[in-house]
Design a protein around this ligand. Structure first.
Ligand code: ATP
Length: 348
């Protein structure tokens, strides 16, 4: 039994999560996994009507009563400061110590790739999710004056770097991938990325069966475009991983199909499509639910339901091949039509 907390959130979040839920119901109907699902109302509406972003009681429930959280998207123009989104998403990432942001980069249909020629792209990005420039360390002096000074500090701990680098190597071994690549900028920022290189080298020596390499991130970005086939697992510090992840997503179809997982293996996981709440298309039926469905597949795989995960992935591949697509991918189907098709494909 996998206990899943559904947090639809804002904008297209509830629309894509409705379809992910439909597909998960189909997974149960097909006897592929047993799930217990509960929906949480947290998002902009809830915040605007109650003043609560997440709330301690809810946080404790999400932490203690569930195996996984499946989130739609948070972000709403009526909350310009985005404080609810910060508390929900960043709050959960930091407080649950979800140190791995995992993004598969897999080409599921040839026409989704903007590169020339036949491509076979299938790698995974491990972005460190709790350190780097994202801890808020630093400050501003003399704000708004000509003498203004701003400092942002990037923070790396040996412990924090080691745990994600090791997780990247373990994943590569478990999935039979040959190569682990580190993306860094040790030539220009030697302190933080020097630590990354030392730790990466040490951990690599524990995995002699795997190839390992360290690449400056600028060269790595070029190689993502020139030869994406050569990557297995790519691991990087928070900011660099953030940028590489979006480049990776664009290589294989963009926002609509990109899933992600924020995990602390064996403890907690928050799964979400890469896209945001996309207020420009909310309520139009144009949102692609595949990113959410593939995020649900990542969740199932992490909780031992490998067959169910494989069925979801196969359903998405078939939908793409048969042209069952929303407008972002050149199709004319609605969000619900794609979700219904996927749910049927899971049961068939
Ligand atoms: P954020 O919430 O991250 O600040 P956002 O909500 O403004 O960003 P995104 O959702 O990241 O924007 O996506 C940018 C644009 O891509 C959207 O405005 C929308 O037009 C398109 N888009 C995003 N997700 C999808 C989707 N699932 N299906 C179709 N189009 C999408």
């Amino acid at each position: 039994m996998i206990r899943v907390a559904l947090v639809p959130g804002d904008g297209i979040g509830p629309e894509v999560l409705r379809e992910a839920r439909r597909v998960l119901d189909a997974v149960q109907e097909a006897g592929l996994a047993e799930l217990e699902m509960e929906t949480f109302p947290h998002g902009a509406d809830h915040y605007l009507s109650t003043g609560e972003t997440l709330g301690e009681e809810t946080f404790v429930r999400l932490r203690d009563d569930f195996d996984a959280i499946l989130l739609g998207a948070v972000g709403d123009p009526r909350v310009p400061g985005n404080e609810h989104a910060r508390d929900i998403l960043l709050g959960l990432r930091f407080r649950l110590d979800l140190f791995i942001n995992l993004r598969p980069v897999r080409l599921r249909a040839p026409d989704l790739c903007p590169l020339k020629g036949e491509r076979d792209i299938d790698f995974v990005i491990f972005r460190e999710n709790t350190e780097g420039f994202y801890t808020g360390s630093g400050g501003v002096l003399r704000e708004g004056t000509p003498g203004e000074v701003a400092v942002s500090e990037s923070l790396a701990t040996r412990w924090g770097v080691e745990r994600i680098v090791r997780a990247a190597f373990e994943r590569a071994r478990a999935e039979g991938r040959e190569r682990v690549t580190l993306g860094d900028k040790a030539n220009a920022v030697p302190h933080v990325y020097g630590l990354w290189r030392r730790v990466f080298g040490e951990v690599a020596s524990e995995f002699p069966d795997l190839e390992s390499e360290m690449r400056y991130v600028d060269a790595l970005a070029m190689e993502f475009v020139r030869a994406p086939e050569r990557f297995g697992v790519v691991v990087a510090e928070n900011l660099l991983g953030d940028i590489l992840s979006d480049l990776g997503a664009e290589l294989v179809g963009g926002m609509g199909v990109a899933p992600s997982a924020n995990v602390n293996p064996g403890k907690h996981g928050l799964y979400e499509p890469v896209h945001g709440s996309a207020p420009d298309i909310a309520g139009t039926g144009r949102a692609n639910p595949m990113g959410a469905v593939l995020s649900a597949a990542l969740m199932l795989a992490d909780h031992g339901a490998d067959r169910a995960a494989a069925r979801l992935e196969a359903a998405v591949d078939r939908a793409l091949a048969e042209g069952v697509r929303t407008p972002d991918l050149g199709g004319d189907r609605t969000t619900a039509a794609v979700g219904e098709w996927l749910a049927r494909a899971v049961i068939d």
